[in-house]
Each structure stands twice: as structure tokens, then as C-alpha cells.
Design a protein around this ligand. Structure first.
Ligand code: F6P
Length: 522
């Protein structure tokens, strides 16, 4: 069954939130902390090795109660039930949305059109495991009989961003294989990647759900041409594999039927890294680690499905985000992980969130008269502190932040890690507390005459009262990364449910594609 069709702005909770917003808007978070000594504990909770502290937000208990009322009036429980049980909630494409089945570690059947899809899912995972083991051990050979040293993932959007981000994020767990990514239809970049590769020892994975994407097919053909400078057509089977739903087109390309990893229409591109689209991940870190990554996703699924909404991380993050987006009018959110490993998280989240919720027509097909998907951006701390944080601290916009930190570093290098985490805490504190004119004055009073101090003072004041969430995780592991990604997937889902939009289609990318064909100079 389809998702219900409820305009959030017509709910009772929305009206109450509008009234409540006028009460909360002038309130300083500092006052809320002063009034409630247990605020930090009351607005924090733990799920496995994740701790969410959302106390530094412009909310009080009433805000959260009303947001939960909104979620209930928008039938979130019903939507979650339909999401996990294979209902065709991707209505405009008449498809189920079952990336959660790809990481389902339970024994339950998951039905699509009356058929349990779990046997096929497990079969593909088994094929990935076997293949990864063979490539990593050197048993799988390239066309001249040499073991594989390099893997190139050719794909774009969901067929690139997820695997690229996970491979980079989990490089600590990597084996000897070098992994490369080609996505942009930029011939220069393709040459740059190929120039250091030996065709004999390189495995190319062409990843395209549709196998019709212009960028991917163009790049795949460029690579094939380069490969055939030394090899024969019949050698393709030794160095090329594909991941797609479109087996016919893959075979036309010359790839051997045994080298095709299937995926399904019930997996959206931006949610597909859990499927064979993640083959480059499984090759880079080994299947066991890939499976732990799936387990992390599954653990977050169980939490999202079963935890009360008050203590549910994706629900809490989504509701707070809606609060800023639809009541404070903030247009963007910034995600700042305090680990260099997660440098590619923001581009991944941009597709996840913005391709899903960048919609202006509701589930009735009518234009919405409220804000939907927000702009997601970010990069790693502490680098961003020397780049864009000025604007977040002293600019004119309200930009809620997600700070993501890890208690332990992977190599155990305590001193730099302590400094990194000191910055993680300091940024949240600075945004929240700011610095008053009195405090600035105190700091400056021994550094110049009063006239100079007064002239500089306004520029040195930090208004504060700027919101952030702190997500603190024990350690960056395949499992915790799996949970983190699933957390953001479910946050995106909850937002789409409440905004009454379809989060699983992406018609907005089509017009540019059509026009690019027209503009193509032959
Ligand atoms: O950008 C549009 C899009 O359809 C994405 O949703 C998808 O991830 C990407 O193109 C790649 O599509 P495919 O895997 O079919 O090549």
C-alpha cells in the first residue's frame, strides 16, 4: 500500500508548533540550560556505541513533544511499517523501497509481489564473497594470468558516491588492492586514472543500475578501447565485471554472463551501496568487513523500527531538522565529521538527502506551500574551522550543524586525537555559548586603549545560540559506519514522510540529461 497523504501544515501539531515557535524564537539556549540542570542528560541518549547529544538546540521539551505529535499525525509508524515490509511506497515508479532487505540479518522473509526476495539477496552476497576472496587471494587472474592489483569502479551518482565514500572511510581496514573511481564524463580524468594502471592486472567494475547512463557508458567504452589496445575482445571476461539490473545491455558490452552481479529495481541508486554496487568495498576491505558494514546498517534498522520515537536517533534528527527548516527558515545543514577518513561523507549525503527530498510537489501531485529538502554541505573538522566556520559562527544565517566524533583514533595516537576532539567539543560550545561584549572587553582590556577596544569590540562578539547535534561514536569501524549511513538514510525517509513528498524518485535529473543530448556537438 502507498504512503498516506497528509499535508503537514494542516495538522493540529503544525499550528501548535507555529505558536510555540514564537515563544521559543527569542529564548537563549543558555537560559534553557540554566533553568534545567539536567538538560544535557535529558536531551541525550545512547544506542549501542552511538551517543546523540541534541541539547544544544533551540528546543525545549514542549518542542520535542509537539514535533512527535506532528510525526504521529503524519502517520510515521504506518510509513515505517510500509517501508520495511516492501509496500510500493515509491509510487511514481511503482516500486518497493527495500535497501533494508540487502542488510537484513534476520530470518524473516521480505516479500515483493508475493515473492520472498531474501534468497536472491543472499545468493548475490555469496557470489560477492566468493569473487572477493578469489580476487584478494590472487586466484582470480587477469587476461595474461597475473593476479589483480588494481580495481577501478566506473559509475556515477549512487553507483559511485557510496562505494567511493566507504572505501575511503574504511581505508584503515584495506588490503593490498588499490581502488580507483571514474565517474565524471571527463576524458582527461579517465586518462589520469588509466595512465598509472597496467591492463593486465586491473579489474574494471562497471556499475550502472540501468546500464544506460551516458557518463558511465562513455567512460566504460573509453576504458574498453584502452584495454583493447593490448588485449583481445575475448580477454574482456578476465578483466571486466558489471553490476546492473540490465543484464542484456551488459552482455552487449561484451561482459561474460558469469561476471554480472545483479541488483534490483527495489533498490534506489543512492541507497544501493549495500548491494553488489558495493563490490569495490568488499574487494577493498574483504567480504567479512563488508558483512560487518551490513550488520551495522541492520542494527540501525532495528533501532529505527523498534525504538520509541523519543529515543530514536533518525527520528530525533529528522524532527529537529524540520524544526529549523520549516519554522526557523534555515535553508541548509552542515555535517562535520572529526576524522579525515570521512572526507567524502558530505558529497554522499548530498545525493542521499537532496536527490531524495529536493521535491516541490506533494503526494497529491500539487505544489507544496512549505519548504522541503534542505541543502546539505560539509567537510571534515578541523579543516573547516579554517575555511567556512567563520560564516557559521558570525554570519547572518542559522545553519544547524551535525558534529560527528569518534572516541578512539584507529592508530591509537592519543595526543593529536585529544586535540582533534577538543576542537569537536569547542566548536559546539562556541556556537552555543558565543562570546558577549563584556567577555570580549575583559579579554582585551590589557591590550590597548579603551578607544581601540571599543572600535574593535563589535567585530569580536559572537552572538552564540547557534544549534548543533553531537554524534559521538566509539570508533570508526565497518559496523559503526554502516550504522551511521543507515541513520542518515532513515532521517531522510522520516523527513520525506512528514513533508508528504515522494523521496524515492528523481525526475529532477532528467531534463538536464535530455538537453545534454541536444547540446552534444557531434
Ligand atoms: O543522477 C540520477 C541517477 O539516476 C541517480 O539516481 C543514480 O544513482 C545515477 O543516476 C546513476 O544511475 P545508474 O546506476 O543507472 O547508472
Amino acid at each position: 500500500m502507498a504512503l498516506q497523504n497528509i499535508n503537514p501544515t494542516k495538522t493540529k501539531a503544525w499550528k501548535k508548533l507555529e505558536n510555540h515557535f514564537t515563544e521559543i524564537k527569542p529564548v537563549e539556549m543558555k537560559t534553557l540550560f540554566q533553568k534545567n540542570k539536567n538538560r544535557k542528560e535529558e536531551f541525550s541518549f545512547q544506542f549501542e556505541d552511538f551517543n546523540l547529544d541534541y541539547s544544544k538546540n533551540r528546543i525545549d521539551q514542549k518542542t520535542m513533544d509537539l514535533l512527535l505529535e506532528l510525526a504521529n499525525e503524519c502517520q510515521l509508524t504506518d510509513a515505517i511499517e510500509k517501508y520495511f515490509s516492501g509496500d510500493k511506497i515509491n509510487t511514481t515508479e511503482n516500486r518497493a523501497v527495500l535497501h533494508t532487505a540487502l542488510r537484513n540479518k534476520g530470518n524473516n522473509a521480505v516479500q515483493v509481489d508475493g515473492t520472498d526476495i531474501m534468497p536472491e539477496v543472499r545468493e548475490t552476497l555469496a557470489k560477492m564473497e566468493q569473487f572477493s576472496n578469489k580476487v584478494i587471494s590472487g586466484e582470480f587472474k587477469g587476461y595474461t594470468g597475473k593476479a589483480i592489483t588494481d580495481v577501478v569502479n566506473i559509475g556515477i551518482g549512487g553507483s559511485d558516491l557510496g562505494p567511493r565514500m566507504v572505501v575511503e572511510s574504511l581505508q584503515f581496514y584495506k588490503n593490498h588492492l588499490n581502488t580507483h573511481f571514474i565517474s565524471n564524463v571527463d576524458g582527461d580524468h579517465v586518462v589520469e586514472v588509466l595512465k598509472n594502471l597496467n591492463p593486465e592486472t586491473t579489474l574494471f567494475i562497471i556499475v550502472s543500475k540501468t546500464f544506460t547512463t551516458q557518463e558511465t557508458l562513455t567512460n566504460a567504452l573509453t576504458v574498453k578501447k584502452w584495454f583493447l589496445q593490448n588485449a583481445k575482445e575475448s580477454d574482456i571476461q578476465h578483466n571486466f565485471v558489471a553490476v546492473s539490473t540490465n543484464v542484456e545491455k551488459v552482455l552487449d558490452f561484451g561482459i561474460d554472463a558469469n561476471n554480472v552481479f545483479t541488483m534490483w529495481n527495489w533498490v534506489g541508486g543512492r541507497y544501493s551501496l549495500w548491494s553488489a554496487v558495493g563490490l569495490s568495498i568488499s574487494l577493498a576491505i574483504g567480504f567479512k568487513n563488508f558483512d560487518n558494514f551490513l550488520k551495522g546498517g541492520y542494527a540501525m534498522d532495528q533501532h529505527f523500527k523498534n525504538a520509541d520515537f523519543e529515543k530514536n536517533i533518525p527520528v530525533t534528527l529528522a524532527l529537529i531538522s524540520i524544526w529549523y527548516n520549516n519554522f526557523f527558515g534555515s535553508e541548509s545543514e552542515v555535517v562535520i565529521p572529526y576524522t579525515q577518513y570521512l572526507e567524502k561523507l558530505a558529497p554522499f549525503l548530498q545525493q542521499l538527502s537532496m536527490e531524495s527530498n529536493g521535491k516541490s510537489v506533494d503526494r497529491n501531485g500539487k505544489p507544496v506551500n512549505y519548504q522541503t529538502g534542505n541543502i546539505i554541505w560539509g567537510n571534515t573538522g578541523t579543516n573547516v574551522q579554517h575555511a567556512f566556520m567563520q560564516l557559521v559562527h558570525q554570519g547572518t544565517k542559522i545553519i544547524p550543524v551535525d558534529f560527528i566524533g569518534f572516541k578512539e583514533s584507529l592508530y591509537g595516537n592519543k595526543e593529536p586525537h585529544n586535540k582533534l576532539m577538543a576542537n569537536f567539543y569547542a566548536q559546539a560550545e562556541a556556537l552555543y555559548a558565543g562570546k558577549t561584549a563584556e567577555e570580549v572587553h575583559l579579554d582585551m582590556k590589557f591590550h590597548g586603549d579603551l578607544k581601540k577596544i571599543n572600535a574593535l569590540l563589535p567585530f569580536k562578539v559572537f552572538e552564540g545560540n547557534k544549534p548543533s547535534n553531537a554524534i559521538l561514536i566509539e570508533k570508526l569501524t565497518p559496523k559503526s559506519l554502516g550504522s551511521l549511513i543507515a541513520m542518515y538514510e532513515h532521517k531522510t525517509f522520516v523527513q520525506g514522510v512528514i513533508w508528504n513528498i515522494f523521496s524515492f524518485d528523481q525526475f529532477g535529473v532528467e531534463l538536464g540529461k535530455e538537453l545534454a543530448h541536444k547540446f552534444l556537438v557531434k
